[in-house]
Design a protein around this ligand. Structure first.
Ligand SMILES: Nc1ncnc2c1ncn2[C@@H]1O[C@H](COP(=O)(O)OP(=O)(O)O)[C@@H](O)[C@H]1O
Ligand SMILES: [Mg+2]
Length: 259
């Protein structure tokens, strides 16, 4: 797949760019960015896991933007030259979570999975800007998750940080919003089971596909795998319990009281 036209840059930390490709589609492309070195690997790892869990994440690809294309576009002239970049299919016609009055989420059955994945991976950036809402009818939306650049606590984590990732409630207005539309507590535990039974071989495969010039060493990769295995067994069950007790139940007690 080759880029054919540069469209624009998005505001935001990653400096994502909208680029049209010769498959006739537009993709949001992230390049390696100094100071934000983990962004690409984080996006890739979280994307693969989200896909495996059948969560609503825009289809993504590793693409190769030729250096000649970058040189021809002033906004790309200084991006570090990696062989591959992370491209996420541009979902047109959405608003973010700051702009919508959400009454109903059509894909509400995916919401526990998004929350659990965020807790498993320690994504501290599930803000209202990091969901996309696609209107299906008045107040009714399909919810997409975007921007997994800050899993493992940040876009610039170092190996020792992986061992001390927080195991408390993540402050997220979006998790609260999503929790309103989750019908039963049981769904959280079903997702926990699915996450805990992901074959470790799949985790290894996902890491094996991280391009070599994205700055992950083999030691980093092993650290990620042991963190994922440890957190899903030892931390996630407590986190699910805490989330239900401190976020889900209070919200639902309140909502039930209103009806
Ligand atoms: N797949 C997508 N479809 C539509 N818009 C997107 C998509 N991915 C990102 N965007 C837009 O680009 C902005 C920046 O992307 P994001 O992944 O949130 O990076 P960051 O916030 O780290 O800069 C988002 O706030 C959103 O407006
Ligand atoms: Mg963002």
């Amino acid at each position: 797949m080759q880029p054919v036209a540069y469209k624009r840059c998005f505001p935001g930390k990653s400096g994502a760019h909208l680029i049209a490709f010769d498959d006739g589609r537009e993709y949001v492309v992230k390049f390696l960015k100094p100071g934000f070195e983990r962004t690409l690997a984080n996006e890739w790892i979280a994307y693969c896991l989200a896909r495996f869990l059948q969560l609503p994440v825009p289809p993504a690809k590793l693409v190769e933007i030729p250096p000649s294309f970058c040189r021809s576009v002033p906004a790309l002239a200084t991006v570090p030259p990696t062989q591959k970049q992370f491209a996420s299919l541009y979902i047109d016609g959405c608003v973010d979570g700051t702009a919508a009055d959400v009454q109903y989420v059509v894909n509400h059955r995916s919401l526990p999975g998004i929350i659990l994945l965020d807790y498993w991976l320690c994504n501290r950036d599930r803000t209202r800007k990091n969901i996309l809402l696609q209107e299906q009818g008045p107040g009714t939306y399909y919810l997409w998750m975007i921007d997994q650049a800050e899993i493992f606590g940040s876009y610039g984590w170092m190996l020792p940080h992986l061992e001390t990732l927080p195991v408390g409630i993540l402050k997220s207005a979006v998790h609260q919003l999503m929790a309103r539309f989750i019908e039963e507590e049981r769904q959280f535990y079903e997702q926990l089971d699915v996450i805990q039974t992901i074959p470790s071989l799949l985790l290894e495969e996902i890491l094996a596909f991280v391009p070599n010039d994205w700055g992950l060493t083999s030691v980093d990769k092993r650290g990620i795998i042991s963190t994922l295995l440890y957190r899903r067994q030892k931390s996630l069950p407590h986190l699910v319990h805490k989330f239900i007790k401190n976020v889900y139940r209070p919200l639902h007690t309140q909502l039930d009281g209103e009806t």
